[in-house]
Design a protein around this ligand. Structure first.
Ligand SMILES: Cc1ncc(COP(=O)(O)O)c(C=O)c1O
Length: 357
């Protein structure tokens, strides 16, 4: 039976990407050697790195004065490396949930953290607005999409200080103005690759803002100057990332995927709003295109386990909500086909026919 994979991450990738990853594991570039067994210092892998770089730049319109790096360690490594590199006296953070909080916790090891806005008062079900960004902070950190709660910034912020954004769960899902950010980073295991690689897009002049001497591996400069080849990079995840970028370009790039993501999200949000059995958990103007959270409506709470079992029978995987929110979370990342959302919507409609009072 066809599976509909709504996992929050690691998540699904495009079928074409699975096929080329499988081929490369058996025989990379018709070399007779698996991608898992090549040296990262071969011309063939250099070509993978260069192609990934060129595609990332083309798809996201990344200007020449930014460097793209790939490291192991996940987005969580950046939570401490960012303040280690850039936090001298004070940094500003916006708290939109668990991942922001983890970033804040690490930043506090290095200096003062001013939390300039938070949505904690309503269990992080909205993106704060109307805050003032302090000009005397070294940078502002935001989480552009909040995977657990299903909230997302819908615009790039104007800021007098460098903006650093964790885009783990919405990178390449919508057009952004890269020039509004000093640094964009994230784990690649949602929209780009299998787990094992984290990316960062860093404006070159940020290197001049480094505030302390650090171990070589912790300095962003090391990886920017060595094209992520200072040590052994995550070879296979980077190869798959490159294949995902190729696939994205082949279907029409970020503009086309944004159109598809909007279409999928609208289908599901419309059903949540229309169907008396379900209720969305996020304020409408903060809704994420990537992670769509909903619960059973009042009076129907007891039906949750049965709904879960029913969706499973239809091949749906991964819609259990995070324990901090409960209910359901449908992660509709780039590679999720519209058909999968239609199957979920049909399950909701079937339930309404059977149970609506
Ligand atoms: C928004 C966001 N930031 C950071 C992380 C942590 O990423 P990693 O597990 O790669 O450290 C996650 C993981 O789901 C996430 O969703």
């Amino acid at each position: 039976m066809k599976k509909h994979i709504f996992n929050a991450g690691p998540s699904l990738l495009a079928d074409e990407v699975y096929a080329s990853a499988a081929k490369a594991i058996m025989d990379f570039n018709d070399s007779g050697i698996s991608i898992l067994s090549i040296s990262h210092r071969t011309p063939d892998f250099d070509a993978v790195m260069s192609e990934a770089d060129a595609l990332f730049r083309e798809l996201l319109h990344i200007p020449d004065n930014y460097k793209i790096i790939y490291l192991g360690g996940g987005a969580s490594t950046y939570f401490y490396e960012i303040p280690a590199n850039f936090l001298g006296k004070k940094a500003a953070y916006i708290n939109t949930g668990v991942w922001s909080k983890k970033a804040i916790k690490e930043a506090k090891r290095y200096g003062e953290v001013e939390v300039i806005a938070s949505s904690e008062d309503k269990n992080f079900n909205y993106i704060p607005k109307g805050f003032t960004i302090p000009e005397d902070a070294d940078y502002l950190h935001i989480t552009s999409n909040n995977t657990i709660y299903g909230t997302e910034y819908h615009e790039d912020l104007d800021s007098p200080i460098p903006v650093i954004a964790d885009m783990s769960s919405n990178i390449l899902s919508r057009p952004i103005d890269v020039t509004k950010y000093a640094m964009i980073y994230g784990g690649a295991q949602k929209n780009l690759a299998p787990a094992g690689v984290a990316f960062a897009i860093i404006r070159e002049d940020m290197v001049d803002r480094v505030v302390r001497d650090l171990p070589t591996m912790m300095q962003f400069k090391t990886h920017m100057e060595n094209n992520s080849m200072f040590n052994t990079p995550p070879v296979f995840p980077i190869f798959v990332l490159k294949e995902t970028l190729k696939w994205l370009k082949s279907i029409g790039g970020v503009e086309e995927i944004y159109r598809r993501n909007q279409e999928k999200a609208q289908l599901l949000y419309d059903e949540i709003d229309r169907n008396p059995l379900f209720r969305g958990t996020v304020e409408k103007d903060s809704r994420s295109l990537m992670n769509i959270c909903f619960v059973m409506a009042e009076g129907y709470e007891d039906l949750a386990p049965e709904f879960m079992a029913y969706t499973k029978e239809q091949g749906i995987v991964g819609i259990k909500g995070h324990r901090l929110v409960g209910g359901f979370r449908a992660s509709c990342y780039n590679a999720l086909p519209k058909e999968s959302v239609e199957v979920l919507v049909k399950c909701m409609q079937d339930f309404a026919v059977k149970y609506a009072k």
